[in-house]
Design a protein. Sequence first.
Length: 400
Amino acid sequence: MTDTSLHFPDGFLWGASTAAHQIEGNNVNSDWWRKEHDPAAKIPEPSLDACDSYHRWEQDMDLLAGLGFTDYRFSVEWARVEPVAGTFSRAEIAHYRRMVDGALSRGLRPLVTLHHFTLPQWFEDRGGWTADGAVDLFARYVENCAPIIAGGVRHVCTINEPNMIAVMAGAAKAGDHGFPPAGLPTPDEDTTHAVIAAHHAAVKAVRAINPGIQVGWSIANQVYQALPGAEDVTAAYRYPREDVFIEAARGDDYIGVQSYTRTKIGPDGPIPAPQDAERTLTQWEYYPPAVGHALRHTADVIGRGMPLIVTEVGIATSDDTRRVDYYTGSLAAVAAAIDDGLNIQGYLAWSALDNYEWGSYKPTFGLIAVDPVTFERTPKPSAVWLGNLGRVRELPRTTT
Ligand code: BGC
């Protein structure tokens, strides 16, 4: 086996990702905050102070830039920017603008997500995504983000994992309010239609703010793999959970690809990984090439011309050596896909920090450890290793 390497394509994004609710702390006006404190929702632990990144974002950015990363994906929290319907907080908008300027001044290009799972409580109270007027309300919020994204921001992600939003809505109807397992419950169709409409309205709003912004959205890809004979079942299972959202990205400037593991599908649906398969702290099968499959599938659905950006990929583990192994395998799959002509424009690891993993702090995805009491940050060896690849601008490529 020989190891060679592939030089980053021009302008390649090299970074790490976060989401506001998972790192900021005290997101008290959001639907998740309320859910975390509702015993009926059975959420194992609340987010509380999270990583206190609302106050420590400069330190987070200093670390990422110092490690060698050139890109940082973070999200704007709708519940802060519009805590009451129609009332926009100038101070919060200025806060997120400072983050954009802070990233730029450190040599980090910001990729700004406008919605990453959490909603303002008032929006949830009026019926969430499927209520009348929801799409217009989201578009109005996006318009009000103009001061944050109008200058200096090259990439905007309108909605993170709309397919998981539809799946969570489907699960909630069945009484399950947590973050779903990889097998994926049935998505709620009305929510699917609503978030697709919201995305299209948001793309329009972002382009009106600045037509130079590359706008898209990020889809969770479960890498459904058909067992022999189960190809049709797999395609039918995948369509409402994935492909419908990929197709809705036609006309966007790029599509975000997010992948962690795979799911095998037999004639009767998903098949759990074998008992002896290595599992991560989220209980997902350890499967480093997942993102390579996800990229290829996305390109098959949307067409090869569409720029692809890996906006999340990573592993929840307490064994940081295994994290390096995972990223090594994942990057080799990305390099192979670039070799095969896919238009891949970036790779952002999930996650910059050990953060609030939708119900629990136990699954640690971070490149940087965070002390839950002092909030002290400590980069792990994987952060140093991955950041350094950004300095040499090379992707590992393994050939046999
Ligand atoms: C989400 C993140 C989440 C990660 C790991 C993605 O589904 O966008 O918020 O923490 O996967 O579960």
